[in-house]
Design a binder for this molecule. Structure first.
Ligand SMILES: C[S@@+](CC[C@H](N)C(=O)[O-])C[C@H]1O[C@@H](n2cnc3c(N)ncnc32)[C@H](O)[C@@H]1O
Length: 252
């Protein structure tokens, strides 16, 4: 076993060595690719299956991976959650991360949501008065809104001057099997967020950050829980493989 391990660890290091890359350059491309697969095999283990490990985003195994990043984003900006706050669906994040919150409102398009203090469509929210909120916690909702630009315009409108919008959107993620028909329209990129929010708030008043890496994106897709990953694995950031994007936007 030790021998097998050292061969593979040796192979792994070899694959990164400039000398080997030089040797590889001299052999035929098909042989080169075969050698790469041999020296650096993809062992998929228990995720070598065409169905996910969880049908519930990982809730049946622990906490979904995207929640780790959503909570990290809100933790980083907890000082913004203050004064009069608005959140979608419930006030769980305002309650958990907010400081000096005087009043909390909950917006939902779903009239059956008893926690909603405001029932309405964020994309057509003319019924909500302008300049009311110091903070709007808008997590994991914009993917469900077809006219996402209209929703951002209203999110900006209902904020007070200097009010802060804290948004998270999915970059990767499965469709929910329970949503039939699916109302899930979008996945986002750092570029689309910079344009969408920059056009409404002004480019200099927004920051966009990506959270995740290739391992956590795969883990999230297959429905692993974040408790199954190490802190080091979760915290490694690779902008090429975002799980979510966090946007902080300040109204002028
Ligand atoms: C997955 S929850 C996201 C919010 C929750 N705080 C979270 O972080 O998971 C999506 C919520 O957005 C609501 N929603 C969907 N489209 C909406 C719209 N156009 N305007 C307002 N709420 C909407 C849904 O009814 C649902 O309660």
């Amino acid at each position: 076993m030790r021998l097998v391990c050292s061969v593979f660890i040796g192979g792994f290091n070899l694959m990164r060595s400039p000398l080997l890359e030089k040797i590889l350059e001299r052999i035929r491309p098909d042989q080169r690719k075969r050698l790469r697969r041999l020296v650096r095999p993809a062992w998929l283990g228990t995720i070598r299956r065409t169905t996910p490990l969880s049908e519930r985003h990982g809730y049946d195994r622990g906490t979904p991976v995207d929640r780790y990043y959503i909570e990290r984003f809100l933790e980083e900006h907890r000082r913004d959650i203050r004064g009069r706050a608005l959140e979608i669906k419930d006030s769980v994040y305002t309650d958990r991360f907010g400081a000096d919150v005087d009043r909390r409102d909950v917006l939902d398009i779903d009239a059956a949501n008893r926690r909603a203090t405001i029932v309405g469509d964020l994309a057509a929210a003319d019924g909500i008065a302008a300049d009311q909120f110091d903070c709007f916690v808008l997590t994991q909702t914009l993917q469900f809104i077809y006219n996402v630009r209209a929703a951002i315009v209203h999110a900006h409108r209902v904020l007070r001057p200097h009010g802060v919008l804290l948004v998270t959107v999915p970059a990767a993620g499965r469709m929910s099997p329970e949503d039939k028909p699916s109302l899930d329209y979008w996945r986002f990129t750092a570029t689309s967020c910079s344009s969408l929010f920059g056009e409404v708030f002004g480019a200099e008043r927004i920051t966009v950050r990506s959270y995740g890496n290739v391992l956590t994106a795969i883990a999230f897709l297959t429905g692993m829980a974040y408790e199954e990953l190490s802190r080091r694995e979760l915290d490694a950031n690779d902008e090429n493989f975002p799980v979510i994007l966090g946007v902080r936007a300040i109204k002028r």
